[in-house]
Design a protein around this ligand. Structure first.
Ligand code: HXC
Length: 257
């Protein structure tokens, strides 16, 4: 498939999506997000792929939604067309998605990274939700996901001032899981993807689904949901294989069913 705003290539069992509008610092136009969604769905349906990495370039993961595209839009237009509605698609992807972030991850760029399951950041990465400086607010989950990731006081300060924050702060606050030298981020994200993709896909998907339920359910409902999923995995050949391999002191051979 020919994309105009992204590049795709697979590294063994990891599907890589590279945002590719370098002249606009990977500003996330509607077309670009449609292409990302399409690539994500293809990888999600591909049995040879076990994890997905989204990255940008050294200068920018993405500097936000495309301001030039939004500039002349009216309330009626954005409301009637459910503008940005398609940004939610990423949350329907079943396989784990890792964001490998270098440079700017601002506005929609930060929101896209937060929509992924794991964030690795380069030591010079810059995060932020600067929308308030444009007279708007985050519109792709920023006010919701940031507060869940770093707590109310910090999220308020960041969203209400539009101030950027550094990779090291993002790691300290729990938004990103690792800070790495800039030239190592993508390699390490792919390596992490390979590690995840080498495991039993149904249990990986169940684990992702269960963790994400923590954001939706009460503790009682969430632990109940977890136990139901846990029981269901006892129906898998991979559960038998994993436990047999352990007792036989050998490596498991996953069949993903
Ligand atoms: C459209 C953008 C853009 C954006 C950068 N560019 N960010 N175009 N939308 N979000 C373009 C610039 O217009 C410029 O194009 C080129 O990329 C290079 O950017 P410069 O500003 O010249 O680079 P620099 O001086 O290094 O500054 C980098 C920057 C700045 C600090 C990241 O570009 C910036 O502040 N960008 C906007 C960040 C932002 O406000 N993001 C939130 C967007 S709102 P030309 O043609 O002039 O060379 C948002 C809403 C989310 O995301 C809602 C849900 C999705």
């Amino acid at each position: 498939k020919n994309y105009h705003n992204i590049l795709t290539e697979s590294h063994e069992k990891v599907g890589l999506i590279t945002l590719n509008r370098p002249k606009a610092l990977n500003a996330l136009s509607s077309d670009l997000i449609h292409e990302v969604n399409n690539a994500l769905e293809k990888y999600d349906d591909d049995p040879n792929i076990g994890a997905i990495v989204i990255t940008g370039n050294e200068r920018a993961f993405a500097a936000g939604a495309d301001i030039k595209e939004m500039m002349d839009k009216t309330f009626a237009e954005v409301y009637k067309t459910n503008f940005l509605g398609h940004w939610g698609k990423i949350s329907d992807i079943k396989k784990p998605i890792i964001a490998a972030v270098n440079g700017f991850a601002l506005g929609g760029g930060c929101e896209l990274a937060m929509s992924c399951d794991i964030i690795y950041a380069g030591d010079k990465a810059i995060f932020g939700q600067p929308e308030i400086k444009l007279g708007i607010i985050p519109g792709a989950g920023g006010t919701q996901r940031l507060v869940r990731a770093i707590g109310k006081s910090k999220a308020m300060e960041i969203v209400l001032t539009g101030r950027n924050f550094k990779a090291q702060e993002a790691e300290q606050w729990g938004l990103v899981s690792k800070v790495l030298p800039a030239d190592k981020v993508l390699d390490e994200a792919i390596r992490l993807g390979q590690e995840i993709a080498s495991l039993s896909q149904p249990s990986i998907q169940a684990a992702k689904e269960s963790i994400n339920k923590a954001f939706e359910l009460s503790l009682k409902e969430g632990t109940h949901f977890e136990r139901r999923l846990f029981y269901s995995l006892f129906g898998l050949n991979d559960k038998k294989e994993g436990m047999s391999a352990f007792t036989d002191k050998r490596e498991p051979k996953w069949t993903h069913n």
